[in-house]
Write a protein that binds this ligand. Structure first.
Ligand code: ZN
Length: 120
């Protein structure tokens, strides 16, 4: 499963960040996920729970922020959010466009943990 390896990646990065920050438990990971990333949120949540076991992320939440697909229309000379990711056309004038400005994101926005320092 594609999403499981992505989940392991996310957990690894957040776990390292928590270790570097000296905290021993992560509360949540906030992820920015583009509509065009090809990643299914449900599958990612499922994989996350598995990947988080035995790490500083065990029991934490994965918060997913959906990033809409946005194209630049050469006719309107402006950016528009796509109405459907099946059709790469301007929703206003219908001009086809492959000039994608956002929607491919798969990145950690931030990692949330309580301020209590880890015990030495
Ligand atoms: Zn247009």
């Amino acid at each position: 499963m594609h999403e499981l390896s992505i989940a392991y990646n996310i957990v690894q990065i957040a776990d390292d960040a928590a270790r570097d920050a000296g905290v021993d438990h992560v509360d949540a990971v906030h992820l920015r996920l583009g509509q065009l990333s090809g990643v299914v949120s449900e599958a990612l949540w499922f994989g996350y729970d598995i990947a988080a076991r035995g790490t500083r992320l065990e029991g934490s939440r994965l918060e997913i922020e959906d990033v809409p697909a946005v194209i630049f229309c050469s006719q309107c000379r402006t950016e528009h959010a796509l109405e459907s990711i099946q059709q790469f056309c301007c929703p206003v004038c219908g001009t086809p466009s492959m000039d994608i400005r956002s929607g491919r994101e798969l990145e950690i926005a931030y990692v949330e943990y309580s301020d209590e320092p880890a015990h030495p």
